[in-house]
Ligand binder design. Structure first.
Ligand code: PGA
Length: 260
């Protein structure tokens, strides 16, 4: 029983005041939907507090962060920690996004430490993995996904893996307007689930949510969610407009009967 999870990754967009206005409007749009799904917004760190204030404690919209460091505190200029995010009301944290990997040199070893720290502090990590176009074209997608999973989750017990959500995000689909087809996403999700079954356990693989991310739109979300292999979406561009994010949330909440 995997509840659909829809996450809006705002990346480096919206000031604190723009974010507050946005979330106020989004909440109005979503007041009519049933909450058979989990909905998360992940604003920049600087907007977490203003978004939290607008949402209050009873909103169906949850708060996520886009990254964090693995230490709790100390001399790490520019970083923020899991306790800081928890204190701001975050429930989720996106880790290992391909933009962090490719633009900021993030390696699997750091991602592994971040996952561990997030879980220790009761944050739910969303681990992003995905292949480049060259890797897809040369047929190594499955190997890349397997390696990224092994490296990011190495040494974890099954129990630890249970707390992780995986986001399959093919790099060639991110921000390009060229989403993976449902078939491509399903094939990748099956691979991911097999790796989880082998490294953790079949039961854990079965209850781990695997999201798809990469050019998700109000137009393609329904077909992506048509497969029971796809447990939600990580959305970039289309989450920055109230209408399109709200539409995606509505389609998702109608996509599967509650609890299926
Ligand atoms: P996109 O970004 O929806 O703009 O392709 C997705 C992501 O980077 O998580």
């Amino acid at each position: 029983m995997r509840t659909l999870l829809i996450v809006g990754n705002w990346k480096m967009n919206k000031t604190a005041s723009e974010a507050a206005t946005f979330v106020r409007e989004l909440s109005q749009h979503l007041s009519v939907i049933s909450t058979g799904i989990e909905l998360v917004v992940a604003p920049p760190f600087t907007a977490l507090e203003s978004v939290r204030q607008v949402l209050g404690s009873r909103s169906p919209i949850q708060l996520g962060a886009q990254d964090m460091f693995w230490e709790d505190y100390g001399a790490y200029t520019g970083e923020v920690s899991a306790p800081m995010l928890k204190d701001l009301g975050c429930r989720y944290v996106i880790l290992g996004h391909s933009e962090r990997r490719t633009l900021f040199g993030e390696q699997s070893d750091s991602i592994r430490k971040k996952i561990q720290a997030a879980l220790k502090h009761g944050l739910r990590p969303i681990l992003c993995i995905g292949e480049s176009l060259v890797q897809r074209d040369n047929g190594s997608t499955d190997d890349v996904l397997t390696q990224q999973l092994h490296e990011s989750l190495s040494g974890f017990t099954g129990e630890v893996v249970t707390g992780v959500t995986v986001a399959y995000e093919p790099i060639w689909a991110i921000g390009t307007g060229k989403s993976a087809t449902t078939e491509q996403a399903v094939a990748a999700h099956r691979t991911i689930r097999q790796v989880l079954a082998a490294t953790a356990s079949p039961a854990i693989a079965d209850c781990t949510r695997i999201l798809y991310g990469g050019s998700v739109t109000p137009q393609n979300i329904e077909s992506l969610l048509a497969s029971d292999q796809v447990d939600g979406a990580l959305i970039g561009g289309a989450c920055l407009q109230v209408e399109s994010f709200a539409t995606i949330a509505k389609v998702a909440s109608a996509a599967r009967p509650i609890g299926v």
